[in-house]
Design a binder for this molecule. Structure first.
Ligand SMILES: NC(=O)c1ccc[n+]([C@@H]2O[C@H](COP(=O)([O-])OP(=O)(O)OC[C@H]3O[C@@H](n4cnc5c(N)ncnc54)[C@H](OP(=O)(O)O)[C@@H]3O)[C@@H](O)[C@H]2O)c1
Length: 264
């Protein structure tokens, strides 16, 4: 191991709950976990042999690294609130640009792990791509070193490209999740167990990430099957919202594939 950094983190949610244990396992010293409620700070700190607090003014200014793993809307205030910190301050957001730090003097950076984190689900951090950006060469070097200790996939990426990456992640993850939730709702309305659709979801996702697969789109929209589309819209009479989504996605699929060839 190169250097054992002394680390603090403000925020003890989904990202902190995976990132801090990964840094701890890589041999770093997690000194403080600070969060809005001392309960969540404590439950994470306990696993990492760290101190905990619910007060930002308890932060030790002489640590090497401070991670801000709070919701994006909290970041602007927090970046100012820790202006007296003397080490490197790093946020983990996909959408907040590095220039959001422009009002402060401390060295700063971004370490964006491209994954969906939930507290109660295990992830293999080594497989998670990490995108880093630093205010200067020293920050960049430190973030590269630390990221490479916890992940096999570390990339340098500027704020503008990271915003696009985050947008793509919203389509791939958030919208897909919502559509699966909608599928569950349709099954529930019809009194069918949601479990029956699991193997279809699994194959859909596996096919989508298979580099050998040319086109994965099937179904009534790409086939231009108007009677089935009409029937589906009628079945969705229980939800105007889902009808609108169905119509919008059907049109979008048809427009997209009208200029390309795909299997139906
Ligand atoms: N979730 C993901 O999959 C994911 C993936 C990549 C990047 N990110 C980014 O990582 C960051 C953290 O996301 P997250 O999902 O970990 O959020 P989260 O699960 O909602 O956790 C946020 C944490 O911040 C704490 N907090 C909220 N307001 C605070 C304040 N004013 N002062 C101190 N602590 C405060 C919360 O305290 P309590 O525990 O007391 O509620 C909570 O521990 C965000 O920038 C997000 O965009 C998230």
């Amino acid at each position: 191991m190169d250097k054992r950094y002394n680390i603090a983190c403000i925020g003890a949610g989904n990202v902190a709950g995976h990132l801090l244990p990964a840094l701890f396992s890589a041999g770093h010293n997690i000194v403080q976990v600070i969060s809005r409620s001392s309960l969540s700070a404590q439950s994470l700190a306990i696993q990492l042999d760290a101190d905990f607090s619910s007060k930002v003014d308890r932060l030790d200014p002489d640590l090497d690294l401070l991670f801000l793993t709070v919701p994006d809307h909290v970041l602007p205030n927090l970046i100012n609130e820790v202006s007296w910190f003397r080490g490197i301050v790093v946020h983990t957001s996909g959408s907040v640009p590095l220039k959001r730090f422009s009002c402060v003097k401390y060295p700063h950076g971004v370490l964006y792990p491209l994954q969906t984190f939930s507290k109660n689900r295990q992830v293999d951090f080594k497989k998670i791509p990490i995108f880093i950006e630093g205010s200067d060469e020293i920050v960049h070097k430190v973030l590269t070193e630390v990221s490479q200790q916890i992940s096999n996939k570390v990339y340098k990426l500027d704020s503008e490209k990271r915003a696009h990456l985050h947008l793509a992640a919203v389509f791939a993850n958030n919208f897909t999740n919502y559509l699966i939730t909608a599928a569950d709702e349709i099954l529930e309305t019809a009194g069918i167990e949601r479990e029956v659709i699991s193997s279809l979801i699994r194959e859909t996702l596996e096919k989508a990430i298979d580099p050998e697969q040319q086109s994965t789109q099937t179904g009534p929209a790409i086939r231009g099957d108007l009677p089935t589309i009409k029937k589906h819209l009628n079945l969705l009479s229980f939800s105007n919202e889902l009808r609108e989504i169905y119509q919008c996605l059907t049109t979008s699929i048809q427009n997209y594939y009208s200029t390309r060839s795909g299997d139906k």
